[in-house]
Design a protein around this ligand. Structure first.
Ligand code: ADP
Ligand code: 5GP
Length: 203
């Protein structure tokens, strides 16, 4: 176990696309505007309606992303569903320097890379209650084409396999949003909680 209190360690949040990570984070930042800082990633995917450059992501071209990789700008980076995503050293430094708990929202390849660094975060997996509910949410969000939903669901199975290996310190099942948020909030505030059990996710 880390010698640092959990609140002083970054929180790495991961979980399949559509599980509700952004929903939980939006609530947290609204309730605690000064306590947390989001690690704003770089991505080559196009912005969704309402997404703001510099707040949700730094939206960059593929050329720019490749240049940043060459410059060694990223702590970790990965390809997901045909686009690049990466966490820059700069963004984590900025958030941590401001005395806030840094929260990263990244997928499994990024988690594997972070485990090889000295960042020493708490790893949280946000799980859907079932695969069926995940599909419904991803489709219901209305941001993805049918092909993109299929790709993201295929990748979700890999994220879930990684969680089944026990890669994370904690699991929060996003079943009922209020219940999940209450538990997530306690994790974010650095409380040691009884983790949810990972559902079978075989439906
Ligand atoms: P992620 O950031 O993990 O990709 P989102 O936060 O965008 O996921 O959520 C995907 C969709 O699921 C959104 O339309 C959101 O409103 C919905 N959603 C989130 N949490 C729940 C929940 N507990 N029950 C039902 N729908 C939810
Ligand atoms: P979305 O396109 O839905 O915003 O994100 C797709 C996936 O990319 C999500 O699983 C999200 O956690 C992940 N992601 C976002 N930023 C990063 C990042 O900087 N690095 C990695 N490895 N994954 C990221």
């Amino acid at each position: 176990m880390s010698p640092l209190p959990d609140f002083l360690r970054p929180l790495v949040m991961s979980g399949p696309s559509g599980v509700g990570k952004s929903t939980l984070l939006t609530r947290l930042f609204a309730e605690f505007p000064d306590k947390f800082g989001f690690s704003v990633s770089h991505t080559t995917r196009l912005p969704r309606p309402g997404e703001v450059h510099g707040k949700h992501y730094y939206f960059v071209s593929r050329e720019e992303f490749l240049r940043l990789i060459d410059e060694g700008a990223f702590i970790e980076h990965a390809q997901f569903s045909g686009n690049f995503y990466g966490t820059s050293f700069m963004t984590v430094r900025e958030v941590s320097g401001a005395g806030r708990r840094c929260i990263l929202d990244i997928e499994a390849q990024g988690v594997r890379q972070i485990k090889k660094t000295n960042l020493d975060p708490v790893y949280l997996f946000v799980s859907p209650p079932s695969l069926t509910s995940l599909r419904t949410r991803l489709q219901g969000r209305g941001t993805e084409t049918e092909a993109s939903v299929a790709k993201r669901l295929a990748t979700a199975l890999k994220e879930i396999d990684y969680a089944k290996e026990g890669a994370h310190d904690l699991v929060v099942v996003n079943d009922d949003l209020q219940r999940a948020y209450d538990l997530f909030k306690r994790v974010a505030l650095g409380e040691r909680i009884d983790s949810d059990k990972l559902p079978p996710l075989d439906d």
